[in-house]
Design a protein around this ligand. Structure first.
Ligand code: MLT
Length: 241
């Protein structure tokens, strides 16, 4: 039984994901934002490669039913309705709407995961629910891929830590001799011993940068495990619960 972790989507080659169960993580903050938006009643999230793509694909859509959201250098994109803060994803702001979301690392990682079957979206906020679903898939198929968004094409501590916690949950009951982890999975599993969610996320570069941008409360919010029990699934270019 095999678990492969990618610390950024850069290492993925064509066909690597075909027919495989995939979990995507960008815990600070894109996947936390997606989970929160769906929990607040958003109809669906459409991840985009860039803000320009969001503007292009929404140009002819009825504006009542959609929300443009995303960040550039952590801050709301000019002309968009919302940034990439999960705390902005309230029922009033997103209930019943389709969100078009562009972020620096998270939405590109989701786009790179297309081809997986299914593609699940994970954060601390929905951790137990997504871990349970991933465990079922792993038990059935003996295979799982975890894609971390990383940060600016580099390793990101908070995503690798979350991947490690996921591996720990998913491999429960599997005899060590039957389990094959790639190196990135092995080191993620070691990181899961770092401590609790708050400390692990707070230790990351992302948390420091968010703090400098006045968004330290987002880090605390994203480090709350199991606030919701939904498992977002990305299929046909949209993410729905
Ligand atoms: C990203 O996709 O790069 C992140 O979610 C950045 C952020 O907004 O914190």
């Amino acid at each position: 039984m095999k678990i492969d972790v990618y610390h950024t989507p850069l290492g993925l080659n064509a066909g690597d994901l075909t027919g495989r169960a995939v979990v995507v993580i960008d815990v600070l903050r894109a996947t936390s934002t997606i989970v929160t938006a769906l929990a607040a009643g958003a109809k669906a999230i459409v991840p985009a490669a860039s803000s320009e793509e969001v503007v292009r694909v929404t140009a002819n859509l009825e504006k009542n039913g959609i929300v443009l959201a995303g960040e550039r250098r952590l801050l709301k994109i000019e002309g968009f309705n919302l940034g990439n803060s999960p705390r902005e994803m309230t029922k009033e702001a997103v209930g019943g709407k389709t969100l078009f979301l562009a972020t620096t690392n998270g939405t590109p990682a989701l786009l790179a995961a297309q081809g997986g079957d299914p593609v699940l979206v994970a954060a601390a906020l929905n951790f137990s629910a997504v871990a349970e679903r991933a465990r079922h898939l792993f038990t059935e198929r003996g295979d799982l891929v975890i894609i971390c968004a990383g940060r600016e094409k580099q390793f990101a501590l908070e995503d690798a830590y979350t991947a490690g916690r996921l591996i720990k949950a998913v491999k429960k009951g599997v005899p060590p001799k039957k389990l094959s982890l790639n190196d990135a999975a092995q080191v993620s599993l070691d990181l899961a011993a770092l401590g609790g969610w708050q400390d692990a996320l707070a230790a990351s570069d992302a948390a420091r940068q968010l703090g400098e941008a006045g968004l330290a409360d987002d880090v605390k919010f994203c480090a709350n495990p199991d606030r919701v029990a939904i498992v977002p699934v990305y299929a046909d270019r949209r993410i729905a619960a």
